[in-house]
Ligand binder design. Structure first.
Ligand code: ATP
Ligand code: MG
Length: 553
């Protein structure tokens, strides 16, 4: 059975199937609730595939809701990029895009309801003191001296907060729950804080903004979400989620389920850290091909299909773990191995002259894919002067070396068998030209004397090839778990980007930005979506070929 035919199952889907079978719900509603404070990363893809995937598979509905309660860090660029990435991943949200800020009026009314029930109060302790009074896991919290204000006073003060009567940090609204609760989240959490910041959507209408915990459960309930799926760090917040919904007048009461976040080796995942990489000039931008962002992966040459397949393979559990970067790489390799056309490119060129060949060029026909003949053929010019890769020639080598050496035969990929006879060197002893002869009877067949030629090397014709800038990307970090370091920026891999100036075969003249190829024996490469032009070719290495594959060749 094909990997992609395997039916997805996980503990959340099992709960959903049970809820549908028992008739608890007739339709499933999920949501994906990104905070627009950065670009989406591969961790978000896990959540997207889960939420949108469930809605799709069970004929439900998945909302896209921007959790825009912190106007300081949020902006339109992020919103646009998130929409684009979700669509690119192949998912569609139902109906209009939702924003938590759509519900600010309602959320405000629910705050008033809590105050009127004696379940919320305006606190005037400073943020530091509030933190100090909150206590620790071993130490109970302490009541604020403002905790027992009358309902009337709280209503007045909350109104004063709303109308700009307090400076930032001078007052906040807190739920009145239990300062000695075993769960710190329940120790009178803050519901509203003051921020004199213009909001990207509602402008200057508000100077008080609801906190995430207060906003999220209400937004879920207002949208009729049935299963609110979030990552494990919200496990403790689940009690607060239900406390709020139990204490306000609202019809719907979604249930929250948590699953583990995606962590990947050799990268970092939090938007805060990704942002730091940009501001400290370690990478160019959010879509730098070394970033684990959806836009970075796309620019690097990852396909939506490979990312979805990756999310399917890693599954959904409650166990925290770190997935090997190789697991992601093997998904894109599998996809491109099937689908990417093959071409030849020489990344580190050295000239090779076939002395017994006339100066006339030959046009060879090559399959674009060894196993998919429907991907058709292309014409590749072969001529007396070629470039091969420096690493494919050694003056002398042992028996294991399968590439070109003096006096040994090797096949030029999809063409003839050649033998090297002599070389030119420059004043520093570097090889500048390799002189060979070719056997004109060996076009895609063995020499007539029956000798076997093991090695195959790739090439391009000097006269016809196109110069290209080739960006070789590697892991952004030197160590598997950079996030565990005191300063993760100290563990950046200095060779995460190496630039080569090489040559590609002329069939690539029509390569469009974003198109992906296998450069034979080198890896998969994608024409850069920003910098590749007709005048200046730029290819990004998406992923290397499998080591095993390189050895076979
Ligand atoms: P970050 O810490 O990277 O900033 P976040 O959780 O603050 O991430 P949000 O924009 O709030 O990011 O997340 C939107 C949704 O994506 C949430 O439901 C969140 O749980 C989920 N999500 C975020 N990161 C991951 C991850 N690494 N793995 C799985 N789901 C994730
Ligand atoms: Mg966040």
């Amino acid at each position: 059975m094909n990997q992609s035919d395997i039916k997805i199952t996980n503990f959340i889907r099992q709960i959903i199937e049970k809820d549908l079978t028992s008739g608890k719900y007739s339709k499933i509603y999920t949501r994906f609730p990104p905070e627009p404070n950065g670009y989406l990363h591969i961790g978000h893809a896990k959540s997207i595939c889960l939420n949108f995937g469930i809605a799709k598979d069970y004929n439900g509905q998945c909302n896209l809701r921007f959790d825009d309660t912190n106007p300081i860090k949020e902006n339109i660029e992020y919103i646009d990029s998130i929409k684009k990435d979700i669509k690119w991943l192949g998912f569609k949200w139902d109906g209009k895009i939702k924003y938590s800020s759509d519900y600010f009026n309602k959320i405000y009314k629910y705050a008033i309801e809590l105050i009127k029930k004696g379940l919320a109060y305006v606190d005037e302790l400073s943020p530091d003191t509030i933190r100090e009074y909150r206590g620790t896991l071993d130490k109970a919290g302490k009541n604020s001296p403002y905790r027992d204000r009358s309902i009337k006073q709280n209503l007045q003060l909350f109104h004063k907060m709303k109308s700009g009567g307090f400076k930032e940090g001078k007052a906040c609204l807190r739920a009145k729950i239990d300062m000695s609760s075993s769960s710190i989240v329940m120790r009178d959490p803050i519901l509203y804080r003051i921020r004199y910041v213009e909001h990207h959507k509602v402008g200057k209408k508000w100077c008080i903004y609801p906190m995430y915990d207060f906003t999220h459960c209400i937004s879920d309930a207002l949208e009729g979400i049935t299963h609110s799926l979030c990552t494990l760090e919200f496990q403790d917040n689940r009690r607060l989620y239900h406390w709020i919904l139990n204490n306000i007048t609202i019809n719907n009461h979604p249930k929250q389920y948590e699953f583990s976040r995606l962590n990947l080796t050799y990268t970092v995942m939090s938007k805060r850290r990704l942002n730091q990489l940009i501001t400290e000039n370690k990478v160019a931008n959010w879509d730098d091909p070394r970033m684990p962002t959806i836009s970075g992966l796309r620019r690097r040459g990852y396909t939506a299909n490979a990312i979805r397949e990756f999310c399917k393979r890693i599954g959904i559990t409650k166990k925290d773990n770190v997935i090997e970067m190789e697991a992601l790489e093997s998904c894109i390799r599998d996809d491109l191995n099937k689908n990417a056309p093959r071409v030849m490119a020489v990344l580190d060129p050295i000239k090779l002259i076939i002395e017994n060949m006339s100066s006339n060029e030959q046009i060879l026909t090559m399959y674009n894919h060894p196993n998919k003949l429907d991907m058709k053929t292309r014409k590749v010019p072969f001529s007396r002067e070629l470039y091969i890769d420096k690493a494919d020639f050694l003056e002398t080598a042992n028996e294991q070396y399968n590439r070109l050496t003096l006096g040994k035969k090797v096949r030029l990929r999809n063409s003839y068998v050649i033998e090297a006879h002599r070389i030119d060197k420059d004043a520093n002893g570097n090889i500048t030209t390799i002189y060979c002869t070719y056997d004109s009877n060996t076009l895609n067949k063995n020499p007539s004397n029956g000798s076997k030629v093991k090695g195959v090397i790739h090439w391009v014709s000097v006269l016809h090839c196109i110069p290209a800038e080739i960006r070789l990307y590697d892991y952004l970090f030197r160590i598997p778990n950079p996030a565990l370091e005191v300063n993760f920026l100290n563990t950046i891999n200095p060779d995460s980007l190496l630039i080569r100036y090489g040559f590609v075969e002329p069939s690539l003249i029509s390569a469009k930005p974003g198109s992906i190829y296998q450069f034979e024996r080198e890896g998969y490469f994608c024409a850069d979506i920003h910098d590749h032009t007709k005048k200046h070719f730029v290819f990004n290495r998406t992923v290397k070929l499998k080591n095993r594959w390189i050895k076979i060749k």
